[in-house]
Design a protein around this ligand. Structure first.
Ligand SMILES: *Cc1c(COP(=O)(O)O)cnc(C)c1O
Length: 495
């Protein structure tokens, strides 16, 4: 590449555009043995383009090395612990991938006739019933393709049920410890959001809730365990308060990793909830890839579930589309099928006792970290931690070092940062979720890195403020990167 050298050790990587040199190609086609046609004539002028400006011309090996090198820059769950709280970034067992690549499943198509889709339908039916058993709910839809999408589906179900009773009502109550997608969902579904302040334990204040709920209240959306990692101990009472006023209880179940095999939302009064199969049930996530926000409901909401619904007729599965009360479709076809296969593989590989053990290990790991760090970082709530623990930067902030700075320094120790500055009710939050898939040595390495950073801050806060020191790129302007992203390569600007 003229005028620029690439150092293989620092591996600073050029763009493909910058590597381009005229005439290089990465393919070989046989000589044309049919008459050549003009694409504009054959396809129509609008469908053919003359050429692509600045299209990179590179060889096969250049492309392979370029992307392989880039892939080694990525931090992923296969490289080490990913302690992002709220996200349940657990290791994705390879058996899931093997199962997802089963011949008959990988080639199935949503348009193929039902008699050729029985296996795929059986997979979905089994997953639905496993999720019913895990949650204690009466019916499940697998159609929504993310947690937030599940929330929207769930709230639309609530609206449909209340409408069928004559009044959809106006507001949804949301505690300040809820996930940010909850208020967004309620607003998208046309509800006003009423905020509820948590009590000093970091839980829903039942007395305050009882004062707020009235005939205009459609539901309470509660994240449980909530975003401070605390189980809502009064949840059964919360359900009673809602039901007494004809309102419903929605549970954000993205944190089910703390509950599977131990307690069931259906048993403590939840009417509707979503699961994040891409969190709790170990299907890959991140980067906006496919997910699944399966929604589980009690009987009274079942008629409103999205179509189509799986139905057993004689000895075969069929799709039932004749459901007059359904809210309709929320997604093309039947959800992200490949994700569903992986989730079922995970559930079946563990079985009931295995899933319960995974939950217990997740709780143990989070509390091991809590214990290891509580003398070094402040804890805003003393309630027992479930699958994640939340610290604050209060002590470090007195020396001018904030949660973001600590997270940047953690990169130098080879860890992905924890969740920074969330949840909002904790000022300067450090939210850490190890999941059950981390071993004791990995947890110890993380704890020792966090302790060393705390000591560094005492010794030399400026050094930590300048972190990361060993990463490929120094600290970036995150606001600028989000507000003014450079999405287009301009040869002139780089020359
Ligand atoms: C991740 C998460 C969501 C949103 O899920 P997506 O799949 O990212 O849309 C909602 N609530 C909680 C508590 C979460 O952790």
């Amino acid at each position: 590449m003229p005028g620029k050298t690439r150092n293989n050790i620092s591996q600073n990587e050029s763009l493909l555009f910058e590597m381009s040199s005229a005439g290089k190609v990465g393919y070989q086609l046989p000589t044309l043995d049919v008459p050549e046609v003009d694409p504009a004539k054959a396809l129509g002028f609008n469908n053919a383009r003359a050429g692509i400006e600045d299209f990179p011309e590179v060889s096969e090996v250049e492309v392979i090395r370029h992307f392989t090198r880039l892939s080694t820059w990525n931090y992923g769950i296969d490289l080490g612990m990913f302690p992002l709280g709220s996200c349940t970034m657990k290791y994705n067992p390879r058996v899931n991938e093997t199962v997802a690549r089963t011949e008959g499943l990988i080639w199935s198509h949503p348009y193929q006739p039902e008699e050729l889709s029985q296996g795929a339908m059986e997979v979905m039916a089994r997953l639905e019933s496993a999720l019913m058993e895990i949650t204690g709910m009466d019916a499940v839809t697998l159609e929504p393709c993310a947690g937030a999408h599940g929330e929207l589906t769930g709230v639309l179900l609530i609206r449909a049920l209340l409408e069928s009773r004559g009044n959809p009502r106006k507001k949804i109550i949301i505690p300040d410890s809820a996930h940010g997608t909850n208020p967004a969902t309620a607003a998208m579904a046309g509800y006003q959001v009423a905020g509820l302040k948590s009590n000093e334990l970091g839980m829903v204040d039942v007395a305050e809730l009882a004062r707020m709920v009235d005939d205009g209240t459609a539901a309470l959306m509660v994240t449980n365990p909530n975003t401070v990692g605390v189980f809502e101990g009064d949840i059964a009472k919360v359900a009673e308060v809602m039901h007494a006023k004809g309102a419903l209880l929605y549970m954000d179940g993205a944190n089910m990793n703390a509950m599977v095999g131990i307690t069931r939302p259906g048993d403590f009064g939840v009417d509707v909830m979503h699961l994040n199969l891409h969190k709790t049930f170990s299907t890959p996530h991140g980067g906006g890839g496919p997910g699944s926000g399966a929604v589980a409901v009690k009987k009274h909401l079942e008629p409103f579930l999205p179509i189509p619904r799986l139905k057993r007729v004689k000895d075969a599965w069929t799709f039932d589309r004749d459901r007059p009360q359904s809210i309709g479709k929320v997604r093309a076809f039947y959800g992200n099928f490949g994700v569903l296969v992986r989730a079922l593989a995970y559930i079946m590989a563990h079985g009931g006792p295995g899933l319960r053990q995974a939950t217990l290990d997740a709780l143990l790991n989070a509390n091991y970290i809590r214990k290891g760090l509580q003398d070094y970082y402040d804890m805003p709530y003393s309630s027992p931690s479930m699958h994640e623990c939340v610290f604050s930067d209060e002590r470090q902030a007195k020396l001018g070092v904030k949660t973001t700075d600590i997270a940047k320094r953690l990169i130098d120790y080879g860890f992905h940062p924890y969740t920074v500055a969330f949840p909002m009710i904790v000022h300067g939050a450090l939210m850490i979720e190890p999941t059950e898939t981390e071993s004791k040595p990995e947890l110890d390495a993380f704890i020792s890195a966090m302790r060393e950073i705390a000591a560094e801050i005492e010794r030399d806060p400026k050094f930590v403020l300048a972190a990361p020191h060993h990463s490929r790129t120094p600290r970036v302007d995150e606001v600028g990167a989000a507000r003014k992203p450079v999405l287009r390569w301009k040869p002139a600007a780089r020359a």
